[in-house]
Write a protein that binds this ligand. Structure first.
Ligand code: ZN
Length: 158
């Protein structure tokens, strides 16, 4: 399919709980390919969750642009979260809106990768923030639900 449309705030798909992926098949692989293409096409996004392209599956793509990406995350489970960080963030599904959000400073998340292997990631800083933001999408939560203070910005990374 290629690049998919990014669903924006107001569409109820963003407010639903996504379902676990039970089997990694060609459809799942294709969806990841499409999600990556869609994410890279935005130019400034660093994460995309499947519900943002209208698919209620627990799948996330993250690429911080630091050479470690893309991460293909299936059925993430938060094992631990610690501390807090407050930074400005935005969302591809809420274009042009930016605000300060409190997130865990550290997140330990276990997920299944595309090979079907369980992987544990111990994340801090931007990766912890991004994981928290994207996992929220899988539960129908938007960053605007958590904004402490809105800010005026022309461009910010998701
Ligand atoms: Zn988002």
């Amino acid at each position: 399919m290629g690049i998919r449309n990014i669903v924006t705030e107001g569409d109820e798909v963003l407010r639903k709980r996504s379902k676990e992926v039970s089997e990694i098949n060609d459809r799942i692989r294709e969806l990841f390919e499409d999600m990556k293409e869609t994410l890279y096409k935005t130019g400034n996004g660093i994460g995309l969750a499947a519900p943002q392209v209208g698919i209620l599956k627990r799948m996330i793509v993250i690429d911080l642009g630091d050479g470690n990406g893309p991460m293909e995350i299936i059925n993430p489970v938060i094992l631990e979260q610690q501390g807090e960080q407050v930074e400005v963030e935005g969302c591809l599904s809420v274009p042009g809106v930016f605000g300060e959000v409190k997130r865990p400073a550290r997140m330990v998340v276990e997920y299944t990768n595309l090979k079907g292997k369980k992987v544990k990631v111990d994340a801090t800083d931007l990766l912890a923030r991004c994981l928290s933001h994207e996992i929220d999408h899988l539960d129908g939560i938007l960053f605007t639900d958590k904004v402490i203070r809105y800010v005026e910005l022309s461009e910010e990374k998701e």
